[in-house]
Design a protein around this ligand. Structure first.
Ligand code: RFL
Ligand code: PHB
Length: 394
């Protein structure tokens, strides 16, 4: 069967869902296809931190009701390093420095809110599709082929939103010769757990220790999200619950009391930085993780996905309004400067806070000096604050 729409979107993650919503608000039709089930997407534990502008944007588009009620607004973060009477805790207040804060609200909650709103207002999301492929990208009628409920299907559209994440099919469908890829892999990953216990502090603690980095964040006042730096090829089976808690206690260095709870989810994520240039080919436009990946230390991934599709939705809307293709042609050059600034910041936070296998005592002293500088200098902490809470967006 052939379905016809204006914009065919592959992937029902933050990028695809926000794109569909912004297009709907501009009176433009779309269909989303997703290879996982709705239940799977709504249970997948990932990002948790939303920049100030992204929070404002979710509220503006009518998706802020639960976010305002259940999201935890934070004025800043705490860096922890070294030893002093306060356990090495150094608060950085974003609201004081740059007048912006951040919000903790799980990515799967954002996904649930979008699914509910889009489906209720008639935007089709086809879950559990198989074998998606994209065709005729250089024509004015690109196509998406896939199978749904075992039947072959096709979407004929004007534009394709490639929002299918890092392992999707959109980026690999662009001829290799048309793309330049920029990549950095890190020699470590994050072991993340979700625990039914209160977080050690009401704000996030980023802890630099001799034993490696740890991050203490949360999903609610009674649910903690805790991460440990581990080797990049570490096997989760080597980490019993007892070992995880022991390491989390050690890396908190007595700065706060850490309550243990039932671990309800655990997994290891490799860390990499990756950018595709350009982010478009013919009528296929990549957005979010399909075009770029950041290490999670700067909490930028989901926010960047939202920033991309804001620009893309505006360009598509301009096309339908007047036939103008200029914004579409300039999509990559418009979004890439923000992408690269987020890359730089995520890399900077990562190299500042993690232990590296080949570092020596000089590198450790340098990291400690930089942490001390960031915590103690208004200029340096303002730089951190304006990047972390989100660079300005137009
Ligand atoms: P997603 O979320 O991967 O969505 C892509 C969707 O496409 C589907 N898909 C396909 N559908 C149809 N056909 C195919 N062939 C398909 N292939 C894939 C997938 O099932 C999926 O539903 O990409 P999107 O929308 O670009 O969103 C990006 C974000 O998910 C990602 O950047 C963040 O989760 C990164 N991230 C964080 N970002 C933040 O902004 N703040 C954070 O605090 C933060 N913390 C994190 C993170 C990511 C982490 N992990 C697990 C990678 C913490 C961690 C541990
Ligand atoms: C999270 O809450 O999962 C989170 C917060 C900040 C990060 C990464 C992850 O830098």
């Amino acid at each position: 069967m052939t379905l016809r729409t204006q914009v065919g979107i592959i992937g029902a993650g933050p990028a695809g869902l926000m794109l569909a919503k912004l297009l709907q608000m501009a009176g433009i039709e779309s269909i989303i296809i997703e290879n996982r089930s709705r239940e799977y997407c709504e249970a997948r534990v990932r990002a948790g931190l939303i920049e100030q502008w992204a929070r404002d944007c979710l509220i503006d588009i009518g998706l802020g009701e639960r976010l305002k009620r259940e999201g935890m607004y934070h004025e800043g973060i705490k860096l922890r390093f070294g030893d002093d009477a306060r356990g090495g805790l150094h608060p950085i207040s974003f609201t004081k420095l740059v007048g912006k804060g951040t919000t903790i609200y799980g990515q799967q909650e954002v996904v649930k809110d979008f699914n509910t709103a889009l489906i209720a207002s008639g935007v089709p999301i086809l879950f559990e599709v198989e074998d998606a492929s994209v065709h005729d990208l250089d024509s004015k009628k690109p196509k998406i082929k896939f199978r749904h409920d075992g039947q072959p299907q096709e979407i004929e559209c004007d534009f394709i939103g490639g929002c299918d994440g890092f392992h999707g099919i959109c980026r690999p469908s662009i001829p290799e010769s048309a793309l330049q890829l920029f990549d950095r892999e890190y020699p470590f990953g994050w072991l993340g757990i979700l625990s039914e216990s209160p977080p050690p502090d009401h704000e996030l603690i980023y802890s630099y220790t001799e034993r490696g980095f740890a991050l203490y964040t949360m999903r609610s006042p009674t649910v903690s999200r805790l991460y440990l730096q581990v080797d990049h090829d570490e096997d989760i089976d080597n980490w019993s619950d007892d070992r995880i808690w022991d390491e989390l206690h050690r890396r908190l260095h007595g700065a706060r009391k850490l309550e243990e709870g039932k671990i309800v989810q655990k997994g290891i994520t490799p860390m990499r930085s990756f950018v595709t240039e350009p982010m478009q080919h013919g009528r296929l436009f990549l957005a979010g993780d399909s075009a770029h990946i950041v290490p999670p230390t700067g909490a930028k991934g989901m926010n960047l996905a939202f920033a991309d599709v804001r620009v893309l939705a505006r360009a598509i809307a301009a096309f339908y309004k007047s036939g103008a293709t200029e914004l579409l042609e300039r999509y990559s050059e418009t979004v890439l400067p923000r992408v690269w600034k987020a890359q730089r910041f995520s890399w900077w936070m990562t190299q500042l806070l993690h232990r590296f296998p080949h570092e020596n005592a000089f590198d450790q002293r340098r990291q400690l000096a930089e942490l001390d500088y960031v915590a103690g200098s208004v200029a340096a902490s303002t730089t951190l604050a304006e990047n972390y809470a989100g660079l300005p967006i137009d």
